[in-house]
Design a protein. Structure first.
Length: 141
């Protein structure tokens, strides 16, 4: 089963996709949008359909104390809209510090500086970390 992972940022939405067995998450792409504008739900829907996603995992921007932030409501509404359009389940997972971990992963790679600092790379890797955490949790159940 392919699963789409989503790192919902304020300016960019990082996307990741699982392999067909639902074992390994890989960074996919990044969508950009402007604050206070409608999120690119049509683009998300198109990408999910193109890749045959049967479920979606969205990172929730909890506070460092583990409480829901203001943005969590917006993320949940967008997730529910997407679930309704696609007819697939949506699950939410704590995304705290995934961007920090993603930056560490990218900096550990032997990439030229221009590639390491490319906008969106961190967001897609963060989405992969979110998705991989969810996949790992599911495999232990």
């Amino acid at each position: 089963m392919r699963v789409l992972g989503v790192d919902w940022g304020e300016r960019r939405i990082g996307l990741a996709l699982s392999d067909p067995t639902g074992t390994i998450a890989s960074p996919l792409t990044t969508l950009t949008y402007r604050a206070r504008k409608r999120p690119p739900l049509r683009d998300l829907e198109r990408i999910a359909r193109e890749h045959g996603a049967e479920a979606i995992v969205i990172g929730l921007p909890l506070t460092l104390a583990g409480e829901e932030s203001e943005r969590c409501g917006d993320v949940r509404r967008a997730g529910e809209t997407l679930a309704g359009r696609l007819g697939v389940p949506v699950d939410y997972i704590d995304e705290r510090l995934t961007s920090v971990r993603a930056k560490r992963v990218i900096h550990s790679l032997d990439l030229p500086k221009s590639e390491r600092e490319r906008k969106g790379r961190v967001d897609a890797v963060a989405a992969a970390l979110i998705l991989q955490g969810w996949l790992d949790r599911k495999s232990r159940q």
